[in-house]
Design a protein around this ligand. Sequence first.
Ligand code: ARG
Length: 267
Amino acid sequence: MADPAHFAIEYEINPHMDSSYVVDRARVRDQWESLQQVFEALGLDVYVLDPVEGLPDMVFTANHGLFFEREGESQFLPARMKYEQRAGEIDAVVAELSRTGVHVLDPPESVFEGSGDAMTHPDDETLWVGYGPRTERAAVDEIARITGRETIGVELLTDDFYHLDTCFEHLTDDVALAYPGAIADADCRKLEQAYDDIIEISHEESGRMAGNAYCPDGENVIIDEEAVETIRKLEEFGFTVHPVDTSEFRKSGGSVYCMKLQVPPSI
Ligand code: ARG
């Protein structure tokens, strides 16, 4: 995670953002710390990146790149952000990772917004890569070459759902959570074939970032507390749900999933 000291809405690069909105610093801190506590209570070690002044979106660490294993080695592919306003975040993360000994690659040539768009299926063989509003179509093949994974592009249809993690998450090898209205029909069918069950998010809750939930272990799901109907569906499926308030971060177009970058245990 990245410390939210400089989190703010200073520009508008997605339709959720309104740069006239002044964030409530106390609520930002509270919400971010509560999320960290839920991660830790679930047994996850949280490493916190220092905040950098002038980089208000740094808290959305999912976009900074993608970790993957290749030939027994952990590698990190940094993002190439679409908007200049977020480019400095990548330099900060790469500088930090160079100290850990992880093999940091050059970013791809195409726009690629990290693990907000590239999700490793829990089988570790397939990568779903969302493209359209941010990550470019050409990145799908580039990521396949770089990672050596089977890579399947998922076309995102609207700017409201500008990263794959705003409308799709896998929960277990068999179950995923999705708002199909944001995804091209043909790609929805590929997702339906890959999972036994897809828990559907309603149009209304999709706008409250219900699709930005995170399931670290196949059992527990962390999700914004306002997604009440989705929470009920998840519980019916047997998941243990941990509702959290991410309302300040939702004003920037982000919620649970994008406020963390999952790091391999070897680092
Ligand atoms: N304001 C940020 C942006 O537009 C939010 C990023 C949210 N990240 C995500 N993976 N959905 O880039």
